[in-house]
Design a protein around this ligand. Structure first.
Ligand SMILES: [Zn+2]
Length: 132
């Protein structure tokens, strides 16, 4: 386990993770990080999507556990995690224990993967409890 990190995701994809409809996030890079991952909904949206103005932006909206990260050509792992082989991005991040924050934590887009100390503390308070 390493210290908690962020994953910046555009809406509406970030909210689909929170709704537990998307447990495998795709990325242009892989990571050796395992453990706590804060899901950060970026200020901007995915292109060519429906209106997402009702969804939180610029905030941590969920906490998950990153169980695995692998390349989409690793078919054994993709089979095990039921990845979508048609995903355009080369890496798959497998999320478990996805917990929506009852109140999103608004903050600037993180400049590194690390969670600032004051935010890390906030993630462990009761209001960061689960909705799921
Ligand atoms: Zn996969």
């Amino acid at each position: 386990m390493s210290e908690p990190q962020f994953k910046c995701i555009r809406q509406p994809w970030a909210n689909l993770i929170v709704a537990n409809e998307r447990a495998v996030e795709t990325s242009i890079w892989g990571t050796s990080h395992r453990g706590t991952l804060a899901i950060y909904a970026t200020p901007g949206d995915a292109l060519d999507r429906d209106d997402t103005s009702h969804l939180p932006h610029g905030a941590i909206i969920a906490i998950a556990q990153l169980a695995d990260s692998h390349h989409k050509h690793d078919t054994n792992l993709c089979d095990r995690h039921s990845c979508n082989p048609r995903d355009a991005q080369p890496f798959h991040w497998v999320l478990t224990d996805i917990r929506a924050l009852s109140t999103p934590i608004r903050c600037a887009r993180p400049t590194s993967g690390r969670i600032p100390f004051h935010l890390a503390a906030a993630l462990h308070t009761p209001q960061a409890g689960t909705r799921a």
